[in-house]
Write a protein that binds this ligand. Structure first.
Ligand SMILES: [Zn+2]
Length: 295
């Protein structure tokens, strides 16, 4: 998909599963199990879909999945599946390698978003993308180091401390325009300093939703993860962004939806819901053109 000067390509880095109840918060199972059937351990299928943004001499990756530093117990707990895809082989399918990535925007430092940032090399753990600057909000970085009992299982310093030691980590403070047409938005609720990435050419807009709207099923306002530290703040952020996304025809890009990379936002008397599904060409490097004034 092309937006202005940029080509956007989904990069699936692997699949995993999380507890369905935790994914849907106060929404009863009888409602979510129809669209997200749970396995025998009550886990639902999820993917880890990064986004590659190429243009203006940059190759920018937004998030990079769980990586491959975990042990077998961890892999079983989350049913991590790299049999089909990993960040390296998904990049390889479009003729790129980890050396080609110039920037990595980490939405936040939960392991399923940033674990692919580092890898084992002998007895060391080193940055996966040797030439990249990695960006994270300072507020999130500080939180990751002082994590609490409720979310400490989501943070592993080995996923981000080697970036700092290598001098490749850049801490951002608040919203920013990283490159022309590429904006960083800050959304509270899930975790302090979660940053979303908005790519726009004025006519077409894609929003990388990270854990604000992890799947298309989470577009309706009350569908908020139990993982969120401040769910009412998440609700406020959805009420701030979804009306604009609907009115301006934004394309929401979903990191965790196992079936759909992106949809628009629908609206009825019942509120917001999944709108028209938008096709991205997967891994072919040949973007599918679509309407809405995209050139
Ligand atoms: Zn998260």
């Amino acid at each position: 998909m092309r937006i202005g000067d940029y080509i956007l390509t989904p990069i699936v880095t692997g699949d995993f599963r999380l507890d369905g109840g935790a994914m849907f918060g106060v929404v009863p199972r009888v409602l979510w199990e129809k669209t997200n059937p749970p396995d025998e351990k009550n886990r639902i299928q999820m993917t880890m879909r990064a986004l590659l943004i190429q243009g203006n001499k940059r190759r920018i990756l937004v998030d990079d999945g769980v990586g491959d530093k975990y042990d077998s117990k961890f892999a079983q707990m989350f049913h991590i599946d790299h049999s089909q895809k990993s960040v390296a082989n998904s990049l390889g399918e479009i003729g790129l390698s980890v050396e080609d990535i110039t920037d990595v925007i980490l939405t936040h430092l939960h392991f399923d978003h940033c674990g692919g940032s580092t890898k084992r090399k002998g007895s060391e753990i080193v940055p996966t993308f040797p030439r990249a600057r990695y960006y994270v909000q300072k507020e999130q970085y500080d939180h990751a180091l002082s994590r609490n009992e409720r979310d400490q299982a989501s943070y592993f310093p080995e996923n981000f401390e080697p970036l700092r030691k290598a001098g490749q980590l850049e801490l951002l403070s608040g919203p920013a325009t990283l490159y022309p047409g590429i904006e960083i938005l800050i959304v509270g609720g899930h975790t302090p300093g979660q940053q979303l990435v908005k790519v726009s050419d004025g006519a077409a807009t894609v929003l990388y939703c990270a854990d604000l709207v992890p799947t298309a099923s989470h577009i309706p306002l009350p569908y908020i993860m139990a993982y969120d530290l401040f769910p009412v703040t998440t609700l406020e952020e959805k009420k701030r962004l979804l009306p604009q996304a609907h009115d301006e025809g934004w394309i929401l890009f979903f990191e965790h939806d196992p079936l759909r990379a992106a949809t628009k936002v629908g609206k009825s008397e019942k509120g917001f819901s999944m709108g028209e599904e938008i096709s991205f060409s997967l891994f072919s490097g040949k973007p599918i053109e679509f309407g809405m004034g995209a050139k």
